[in-house]
Write a new protein. Sequence first.
Length: 85
Amino acid sequence: MLVRKGFTMPRSHPPYPTEYRRQILELVRAGSGPEELAREYEPTAQTIKNWLKRADLDEGRRHNGLTTAERQELARLRRDLRQAS
């Protein structure tokens, strides 16, 4: 937790439910902008953009990053490497 001048703020937000994220992404793909949705719903525009990028990578619409499966495999391999050292 961050504490500043008597104000306590959590470091992160609990994950949004998968169905909620899917519905937000449907709205973006239907033409709503992330900024517009951020004003109407809780996630920030940047969070929505991050979700869109991740979904596009996972669905093969983008190829300029790792998919979720690839990121998980990389994390597993790094963990295995640390444990072997």
